[in-house]
Write a protein that binds this ligand. Structure first.
Ligand SMILES: N[C@@H]1[C@@H](O)[C@H](O)[C@@H](COP(=O)(O)O)O[C@@H]1O
Length: 238
């Protein structure tokens, strides 16, 4: 289902509320996108005093990472989430299972995360959508995989991702969960906010030929798209 909220603030409030609710799962496992879109949601979640007593049971599993970029590097998916969430809620590193983009064998790294998910099924996923409709680092035209993989990044992703880094950074490949792994989460929210995403939002919802990864998440009962009115400006009248 698509839920359109008046403002980005309201989207963040709704997401933070759901994250809190999903902490009540017996074995909560969250898979969370990095990037600009969810930052407000994470801040609101982390700022809720009631979650802190309940967060020890939470496990976090990685969605994606840039190949060749270490966790410590500013701009890595890990570091963004660390700044926006992990450090704020004082997660123990043992609660976090994240792709290492500098692992010597990235295929093994995929297997490591896949095995973790087999043992700890994802109960809540929060996805963002790239400017080209990507989910995680699943680029347009990719198959719907039920396992992680190493992918070649599109030119759009390489260019847009420069916003995460202080200096121009060569990006070539990424490591990402497969779309089926995301869809298999018990609950998924896909968040899209801001006018800059209005064009891709229109594609996702009106162009069935586009073959965008975000479109693979349409039509499921347990997956909702949360949009603000700016991102939804071309689809509002539907
Ligand atoms: N790898 C990340 C994704 O996990 C993220 O959801 C998406 C949107 O990012 P943003 O929210 O900054 O637009 O693109 C990035 O490349």
């Amino acid at each position: 289902m698509i839920k359109i909220f008046a403002t980005e603030e309201e989207v963040a409030d709704a997401i933070a509320r759901e994250m809190k609710e999903h902490l009540s799962h017996e074995h909560p496992v969250f898979c969370l996108a990095s990037g600009s879109t969810p930052q407000k949601s994470y801040l609101k979640f982390a700022g809720d005093a009631e979650i802190h007593a309940r967060i020890q049971q939470l496990k976090i599993v990685s969605l994606d990472e840039w190949a060749g970029i270490s966790r410590e590097s500013e701009g890595s998916c890990y570091q963004m989430l660390n700044q926006d969430l992990f450090s704020l809620v004082h997660l123990d590193p043992r609660q976090i299972e994240f792709f290492d983009g500098t692992a010597p064998d990235l295929e093994q790294e995929c297997l490591r995360i896949d095995r973790f998910i087999d043992r700890h099924p994802i109960t809540f996923s929060l996805m963002g959508v790239g400017m080209n409709g990507h989910i995680g680092l699943n680029e347009p035209g990719c198959p719907m995989l039920d396992h992680s993989s190493v992918v070649d990044l599109s030119e759009t992703t390489k260019t847009v991702a420069q916003k995460y880094f202080r200096q121009p950074t060569a990006l070539d490949r990424g490591i990402t969960l497969g779309l089926s792994q995301v869809a298999d989460s018990k609950r998924v929210i896909v968040a899209v906010t801001g006018e800059r995403k209005a064009g891709i939002v229109k594609e996702i919802f009106t162009n069935s030929e586009a073959k965008l990864p975000a479109q693979e998440l349409l039509g499921y009962e347990h997956i909702d798209f949360f949009l603000d009115s700016e991102a939804a400006k071309y689809i509002k009248q539907r």
